[in-house]
Design a protein around this ligand. Structure first.
Ligand code: FPP
Length: 247
């Protein structure tokens, strides 16, 4: 039986976040350059976006380029930026047909001009879509996002708009890039690495974590459904006891 058929449709996570890892190792298996892995990673992105739409995930956030990734060799960074522009150009019509909206989180202004323009073009074109929201984390890191939020709150305290006593979880949420999204209920990382790598640290406080040895270019929608199936069989206690949840 397929994992898709085992899913409980009214228990689909509203927000799934994915750390797409293993492109370089996947390429190395075939004696190829790392960029070969990134190119094939796009097929996994396509399949996962399709799958998330099919089962009614509300938000799918993909860690596509971290702040730390700028330190990679220039050729690899250029190849990734080129791939991003190409994928957005080629996939936007399909996303429109599938009613998928696009959002970006991260330091967008640090991206090359042509990437920023292509993202704006696609976001505008998909603006009226009301199905899945695909969120690309680009030039993103959680510590950067938190520091930016703290700076902006400090400015508002300085100008008298915010009183320090008003600073609480809700206020902090409002200053994050993800202010209008629910927190991820499920975080998936591929390639067997069991770490978070500066991704959505605030937002995953109570997320279920799912690690799979599959390398990202091999990941497909059925793997997403398997992760969601696993999620549906976990007990989420949010600090309470099992007995409290039962009563
Ligand atoms: C991590 O694998 C992957 C990335 C840093 C880039 C992810 C990009 C894509 C999947 C392609 C473009 C994306 C979109 C949204 C169109 P790695 O290079 O760290 O692999 P390794 O750990 O095996 O070296």
């Amino acid at each position: 039986m397929l994992f898709k058929d085992k899913l409980i449709l009214d228990k689909i996570p509203r927000h799934v976040a994915i750390i797409m890892d293993g492109n370089g190792r996947w390429a190395a298996q075939f004696g190829n350059e790392r960029t070969f892995g990134h190119e094939h990673g796009v097929e996994a992105v396509r399949s996962v976006v399709e799958g998330a739409s099919e089962v009614g995930v509300g938000y799918l956030t993909l860690y596509a380029f971290s702040t730390e990734n700028w330190a990679r060799p220039k050729e690899e960074v250029d190849a990734l930026m080129g791939l991003l522009v190409q994928s957005i150009s080629e996939e936007t019509d399909e996303l429109l047909k599938s009613n998928v909206r696009l959002r970006v989180i991260g330091d967008v202004k640090s991206l090359p001009q042509n990437v920023q323009e292509k993202l704006t073009w696609s976001i505008d074109k998909l603006n009226a879509c009301s199905g899945l929201t695909l969120v690309l984390a680009l030039s993103y890191s959680s510590k950067w996002e938190i520091v930016e939020a703290v700076k902006r709150i400090a400015e508002q305290v300085k100008s008298g708009e915010v009183d320090p006593s008003e600073i609480d979880y809700d206020l902090m949420n409002r200053f994050l890039n993800t202010s209008d999204m629910p927190d991820p209920e499920l975080l998936i990382r591929t390639s067997g690495e069991c770490r978070i790598s500066n991704f959505l640290l605030w937002q995953i406080a109570y997320s279920e974590l799912y690690f799979t040895p599959k390398l990202w270019p091999d990941f497909r929608k059925e793997d997403l459904f398997e992760a969601i199936y696993d999620f549906q069989n976990r007990e989420r206690r949010f600090g309470k006891t099992s007995q409290q949840l039962e009563s």
